[in-house]
Design a protein around this ligand. Structure first.
Ligand SMILES: [Zn+2]
Length: 87
């Protein structure tokens, strides 16, 4: 029996970034979403990245009425948000 399972790892074999991508794309299962939310409490990089992307999506939606935003605008907003993040 393996003794090196990491309880704080989200999902079974996914890395932080893979899990984050699933969540943001809406492809995660309810179990994965639950595991990831618990993981956010203890993983600051995931927490920051997750909040950055969620904020970005909300901003883009409100600015563009749900239509696709031009990539330049996305980059602009993204850099503005990351400048405002505490380091
Ligand atoms: Zn993480």
């Amino acid at each position: 029996m393996p003794d090196c399972t990491e309880p704080s790892k989200p999902g079974n074999s996914l890395s932080c970034m893979e899990m984050l991508q699933l969540i943001l794309d809406g492809d995660a299962t309810p179990e994965q979403q639950h595991a990831f939310k618990a993981h956010l409490d203890e993983c600051m990089p995931c927490y920051k990245e997750y909040n950055l992307d969620v904020t970005l999506k909300v901003l883009i939606k409100s600015k563009c009425n749900g239509k696709g935003a031009p990539p330049e605008l996305i980059e602009k907003i993204k850099s503005q948000i990351s400048q405002n993040l505490p380091h």
